[in-house]
Design a protein around this ligand. Structure first.
Ligand SMILES: *Cc1c(COP(=O)(O)O)cnc(C)c1O
Length: 354
C-alpha cells in the first residue's frame, strides 16, 4: 500500500453519470459530453463515463485526448487549439471548440493534409469573458468562411459561462444561442447540429426553464460530484463522496498552537496567522500543497482541524478526536472539485478504483 492514495468509488461515479444522462436527455439535451480533464483523462475512469452513457469524451488538452483513442466515441477538444498543435488536433479530436479564424484556417489545412474532415463548434462569449466571439459580425464572418472550407464541418455553436467571470447562466443569456442558431439559418440556410449550452453551471436550469435549442452540455464537476456549479446544490440521485483521499500520519506530538519564536514568512511567502488554542495534539501527514491545497481537504473525521502545511506536509489538530490516532494510521478526506483535479494531477498520489 502506498500513500497518499485517491480512492475512487466506481459505483458512486457511475450512478452520478447515469443520473445526469437521464436528467439531460429528459430535458432536450440529447448529447452529453463527459469532461475528463479533472482526472487527466485516466482511461479507466473515462470508462465509467462511457458506461454511464455519455455521448462524447471532452478534454482541454490534446495529451489527454490521446489517452482516450481506444474509445469508439467522439473526442472533443475543449480549449481553443494552439496553432502549434493543429496536426494533433485533427488526429486525436473529432471536434474542437474555436473562436479564431486564423486557427480555423490552419485546422482546415491540417485536416486536408491528414485526409480527414474535422468538426468545429464556434464559441460565442455571452459575458463571462473567457473564450468566444464577442461581436456578432465577427461570428457570422467566421461562419461564412468555415462553410466554404473543404475539410471542416461546422457542427454547431456553444458558450462557456461561470469560469472566469462567474456569470450564472440565466434563460435570457442562453436564449442568445437560439438567436445565433436562427441567424445562421436565416443568413446561410444552414442548420447547426449542436447548440452547446455550457458546463456544470447550466445544470440547475434543467427541468425548470425552457431552453429550446440547447441540445448539448459539457459536464465535468456534475458527473464527478453530482453538484451543479452555479449554486453548489447536490442533484437528486447523486453523491459527492465518490472521491476519498487517504494520507498517512508520520508524526504525532503535543505542541503549542502558536510558534515559539519571532515569525517571518512561511514556505509560500505568506505571513501566517495562528489561533491560540493552547497546547494541542497535532498529527503530521505525508501530503502537501504539491498534491492539494488545504482548502480542498475535508476530513471525514469531523473532529479533525486542518491547521495548514507546506509543500510536502499537512498539519492536523487531532486533540478533539474520539479516535486515538497513532503514527502509521490513515486519515481520510473527501474532496471538492479542485481537490479531485489537484490530486489527480499530482504524480505523487496513486489512484485506486474500488
Ligand atoms: C472545463 C470545461 C467544461 C467542464 O466544466 P465543469 O464545470 O467541470 O462542468 C466545459 N466546457 C469547457 C470549455 C471547459 O473548459
Amino acid at each position: 500500500m502506498t500513500y497518499p492514495k485517491l480512492l475512487v468509488k466506481r459505483d458512486i461515479v457511475l450512478k452520478n453519470v447515469k443520473a445526469l444522462k437521464k436528467l439531460t436527455s429528459e430535458n432536450g439535451v440529447g448529447v452529453l459530453y463527459g469532461v475528463t480533464k479533472v482526472f487527466c483523462a485516466d482511461p479507466e475512469l473515462a470508462q465509467i463515463y462511457v458506461e454511464g452513457g455519455v455521448d462524447g469524451l471532452a478534454d482541454s488538452r490534446i495529451q489527454n485526448l490521446k489517452k482516450l483513442q481506444n474509445f469508439d466515441i467522439d473526442k472533443i477538444l475543449l480549449r481553443l487549439p494552439q496553432h502549434s498543435e493543429v496536426d494533433q488536433v485533427v488526429r486525436y479530436a473529432d471536434i474542437s471548440l474555436n473562436s479564431e479564424i486564423s486557427t480555423l484556417r490552419k485546422l482546415n489545412e491540417a485536416a486536408g493534409k491528414a485526409g480527414c474532415r474535422h468538426k468545429v463548434i464556434l464559441m460565442v462569449d455571452l459575458g463571462d469573458l473567457r473564450e468566444g466571439f464577442f461581436q456578432e459580425e465577427d461570428f457570422y464572418q467566421a461562419v461564412e468562411e468555415v462553410l466554404k472550407m473543404d475539410h471542416l464541418i461546422l457542427e454547431g455553436i456553444g458558450t462557456n459561462l461561470t469560469c472566469y467571470g462567474a456569470v450564472i447562466p440565466k434563460p435570457h443569456i442562453l436564449k442568445r444561442l437560439d438567436d445565433y442558431k436562427q441567424g445562421v439559418k436565416d443568413r446561410f440556410g444552414y442548420d447547426l447540429k449542436i447548440v452547446s449550452g455550457g458546463n456544470s453551471s447550466s445544470v440547475y436550469l434543467l427541468g425548470k426553464e425552457k431552453l429550446p435549442s440547447i441540445n448539448n452540455l459539457r459536464l465535468g464537476e456534475t458527473l464527478i460530484r453530482g453538484t451543479e456549479s452555479s449554486y453548489g446544490q447536490q442533484l437528486p440521485g447523486t453523491n459527492s463522496k465518490g472521491w476519498v483521499l487517504q494520507a498517512q500520519i508520520i508524526e504525532i506530538k503535543e505542541k503549542p498552537s502558536v510558534p515559539v519564536e519571532e515569525t517571518g514568512l512561511d514556505a509560500f511567502g505568506h505571513e501566517p496567522v495562528f489561533v491560540d488554542r493552547g497546547v494541542r495534539k497535532r498529527a503530521l501527514i505525508a501530503l502537501g500543497k504539491q498534491d492539494i491545497v488545504n482548502e480542498s481537504l475535508n476530513p471525514v473525521d469531523k473532529d479533525i482541524i486542518v491547521l495548514g502545511g507546506s509543500s510536502d506536509h499537512t498539519i492536523l489538530d487531532i486533540s478533539d478526536c474520539q479516535k486515538d490516532y497513532q503514527v502509521g494510521d490513515i486519515v481520510d478526506f473527501t474532496l471538492d472539485y479542485v481537490g479531485v483535479l489537484m490530486t489527480c494531477t499530482s504524480e505523487y498520489v496513486d489512484v485506486e478504483i474500488i
